[in-house]
Design a protein around this ligand. Structure first.
Ligand code: GLU
Length: 346
């Protein structure tokens, strides 16, 4: 089985300020991905639908409805260009439009994976974008960087390449060539803001990169517009290369930790946190408070009272009881809240 490689390209990289698709850039992307496609199962996450569609709307002012309409116009135009240039290398393309809730539903996420596998077996590269036209505003991906990251983690990708219009993460004028481990200092190098037409930015890329590397995927942030740079990025010869951390957890647990949308929040004491670290189950005795409207089987977040970084999620788990069962079981200290095999500590 080939390893998975995810390439995400941003709006500013593949369209210009007038809403034209940068054909030379797209042609180069297709030519390089056709080469990588021999070695990897490739996923292309392409932004640019809104950017490529907005010029077809009169008096476009960027309202949410106009953006949705622009995405509907831009997506087929983008896919047509990709199809045209991939055809030179006899590689097919397919369009996949996803929404956040398709990722949080494990069954649907697995269907997405099987669909991509069927496409790869047929020499076809899936081109994925958010389904902007009907994505519910309150339940959207924050940007395509996030979607590409959740795909990379959920599919256990070996590499995630962020093809941007920037040469990498800059320290002053210099590109930082390698990040082995994330720190506050690394985040302070990222400037706020996004590039033209896109939603993500360097801060979003770094948060996504930290998540992906923690779950075992190596990430490269690089300038995708330069000829040959995708092949260089795959070889770690350009941009900022962020090393994958050792991560031996199952695909299901990776999904629990990233793709799922937790519906509850449990605060536990330090003793319970120690027990979880020793791979014990979570019992009601260690729980200090519970919030949320969750059902048995839902994913819940676990925080630790009194621990440094108390505001950070310590773990996620699949709840063995519902919120209302908590109330009725309060006095039974040994009730299992989550089984050890269904807890992922960050
Ligand atoms: N889905 C949007 C588009 O295709 C882009 C989102 C983003 O920039 O991350 O235009």
């Amino acid at each position: 089985m080939k390893k998975v490689l995810v390439l995400k390209v941003g709006t500013a990289a593949i369209t210009n300020g007038y809403g034209d698709i940068e054909e030379v850039v797209v042609e180069n992307i297709c030519q390089q991905l056709s080469i990588l496609h021999n070695k990897y199962n490739v996923i292309l996450v392409s932004s640019g639908a809104v950017g490529a569609g907005k010029k077809y709307l009169q008096n476009y002012a960027g309202s949410i409805t106009e953006k949705k309409a622009a995405a509907a116009l831009g997506n087929p135009r983008l896919i047509q260009k990709y199809a045209e240039f991939f055809q030179h290398s006899q590689v097919g393309v397919a369009q996949v439009l996803c929404e956040r809730h398709h990722f949080s539903n494990r069954k649907q996420f697995l269907q997405l994976r099987s669909t991509c596998e069927a496409l790869w077996e047929n020499n076809i590269i899936p081109i994925i974008n958010e389904n902007d036209v009907i994505s519910d505003h309150s339940l959207k991906f924050s940007d395509n960087d996030e979607m590409a990251t959740l795909l990379a983690i959920g599919f256990s990708a070996e590499k995630l390449l962020f093809g941007s219009s920037m040469p990498g993460l800059l320290d002053g004028e210099e590109v930082i060539p390698r990040i082995e481990k994330f720190s506050a200092e690394i985040f302070s190098c990222a400037k706020p803001g996004t590039s033209r037409g896109g939603l993500g930015g360097m801060i979003s890329k770094l948060s996504c990169t930290r998540l992906a590397t923690n779950f075992g995927t190596t990430v490269v942030i690089f300038d995708v517009r330069k000829d040959g740079n995708i092949l260089r990025a795959e070889q770690f010869q350009t941009g900022t290369v962020c090393s994958a951390q050792l991560c031996n957890i199952s695909a299901h647990k990776k999904w629990m930790a990233t793709g799922s949308l937790p519906t509850g929040r449990v605060v536990i004491d330090l003793g319970a946190a120690e027990a979880l670290k020793k791979r014990k189950s979570l019992l009601l005795v260690g729980v200090k408070s519970v919030e949320g409207d969750f059902e048995k089987g839902d994913i819940i977040e676990i925080y630790v009272d009194g621990m440094e970084g108390v505001e950070d999620v310590f773990a996620v788990a699949r709840a063995k009881i519902s919120f209302s069962d908590f109330e009725s079981n309060k006095k039974q200290k040994n009730v299992e809240i989550a089984h050890a095999n269904e807890i992922v500590i960050f």
